[in-house]
Design a binder for this molecule. Structure first.
Ligand code: FCB
Length: 475
């Protein structure tokens, strides 16, 4: 990978602080494949993707990007990028089949080899314990809506920390518990595909509890210098108008999308307005004494995944029956009838998500004010575009470069505004299994031909390598 002539960033571009961590992120089910190898048992995503109609084109993660067998090649790609950090996730049912059985030595060995390869390449591993792949057997016992799942998670966290804690300094309990709870159990577009509003609220609570119990289990095993974190997909919610009704719609979505996680984890409480708004769905009696204090176990940094903002409006008077084309069950439990989610303006990615880098700055400044003293890490940011390899074998992705440039400039502006952002991870290293969209959406800096598993760095990979080498953005 070529590095452009370095120019003094202070005059021409945007320099990031010394020690800023530059990384890429992936998740186990999206890249590993080897779904039945070495004792791995099915996760809810194996079951879901093998259920007809759930994933576009019937795609599954059976082979994915075959990272399980191509790990060394992928670490070499990371080294060429020059990243300081790599965020990956551990597949629970690979290291503890069925979710509650004995540890699987060969599964753990895979992650030991990965971490050793990263360290040998001078790359810091950041391990996420849960990126949505609950062992199917635990779902069969009730899944996240039951509290035992949180207890099993804490056991699993301790087990993985025991195996890797001597060489992994950075740990994240959960990736985006909002998605696990509300896409998994309310709208049902993600595994396990249930559409039970009360179960989704139970799941959210038990995910918060599991985060706290897992944090304690990690601390019990890890050296004192280890850092424990949580990654949230906080929502940047904008009102359609400044009307009181539209602002109230913002409040409802902010409660469900943000405060339901931030309040327990950082303040040991539930948002009162949310408890009130969801009274018709649940009385929250599944929250036991001590749960919220457990959820508030102190963490070392908060991970932020940001892609796009959300525009909302008051739903207005009820329409006559049948007047509105429903798009299936809503993830917004308790707010379905009161809030309309609207398409945000602006250019779009292949996900049809609007490109709005200003939203990231807005979110970071909010967190600076609401969570003083909590360091932040951008654990995911990136974009899907319809990339293809041209006859010369090159992949030109100027839109992704534009997206990343704009969002990094936003992060830089936030740092200048006093936000403590420690690092930035591009989603994703590789094109991969994009959940319900299967292989149809490409987020990688590196193109993957899924028929041959050939990896081709896109133009954006060369661009990102240059940013890292410069320590900032070119002018
Ligand atoms: C995030 C997920 C990640 C990927 C990106 C596009 O919500 O954490 O796995 O799917 O979206």
């Amino acid at each position: 990978m070529t590095t452009l002539d370095a120019s003094p960033l202070a005059q021409t571009g945007l320099a990031f602080p010394a020690g800023f961590r530059w990384g890429t992120a992936t998740a186990a089910y999206q890249i590993e494949g080897a779904a039945t190898l070495h004792g791995r048992t099915p996760s809810i995503w194996d079951t879901f993707s093998h259920t007809p109609g759930r994933v576009l084109n019937g795609d599954t993660g059976d082979t994915a990007a075959d990272h399980y067998h191509r790990m060394a090649e992928d670490v070499a790609l990371l080294k060429r990028l020059g990243v300081s950090d790599y965020r990956f996730s551990v597949a629970w049912s690979r290291v503890r089949p069925t979710g509650r059985g004995p540890a699987a030595r060969r599964g753990l060995d895979f992650y030991r080899r990965l971490v050793d390869a990263l360290l040998a390449a001078g790359i810091r591993p950041v391990a996420t314990l849960y990126h949505w792949d609950l062992p199917q057997e635990l779902e069969d016992l009730g899944g996240w809506p039951v509290r035992e799942t949180a207890e099993r998670f804490a056991e699993y966290a301790g087990l993985v920390a025991g195996a890797l804690g001597d060489r992994v300094a950075d740990w994240t309990t959960f990736n985006e518990p909002w998605c696990a709870a509300f896409l998994g159990y309310a709208s049902g577009v993600h595994a396990p595909g249930r559409t039970e509003p009360e179960a989704a609220l139970r799941a959210a609570h038990h995910l918060n509890l599991a985060h706290g119990l897992g944090t304690a289990a990690l601390r019990a095993v890890l050296p004192r210098t280890a850092e424990v974190s949580l990654t949230l997909n906080l929502h940047v919610v904008r009102p359609l108008t400044r009307s009181a009704a539209d602002l109230d719609a913002v409040r409802r979505i902010d409660a469900l999308g943000n405060r339901l996680f931030l309040d327990p984890v950082f303040h040991g409480r539930l948002p009162e307005d949310l408890v009130r708004d969801t009274a018709g769905v649940t009385d929250w009696s599944f929250v036991r004494d001590g749960d919220l204090a457990a959820a508030a176990a102190p963490i070392d940094w908060l991970g932020i995944n940001y892609y796009a903002p959300t525009v909302v409006a008051d739903a207005g008077p009820p329409e006559p029956a049948g007047a509105l084309a429903q798009e299936g069950p809503s993830p917004w439990v308790g707010a379905e009838e009161r809030v309309r989610i609207l398409p945000a303006p602006g250019p779009r990615t292949a996900m049809d998500w609007p490109v709005d880098a200003g939203g990231l700055h807005e979110l970071l400044v909010r967190l600076r004010d609401e969570l003083p003293g909590v360091p932040l890490m951008i654990t995911e940011n990136g974009a899907a575009y319809a990339d293809y390899a041209d006859p010369e074998g090159d992949v030109h992705d100027p839109d992704r470069i534009g997206y990343l440039h704009g969002h990094l400039a936003s992060v830089h502006r936030a740092i200048e505004d006093g936000v403590d952002v420690r690092g930035y991870f591009v989603w994703s290293l590789l094109d991969n299994f994009e959940w319900a969209y299967g292989y149809s959406k490409r987020f990688g800096l590196v193109h993957v031909d899924f028929a041959t598993q050939r990896r081709t760095p896109k133009d954006s990979a060369r661009w990102y390598a240059d940013v890292i080498a410069r320590g900032g953005l070119p002018a």
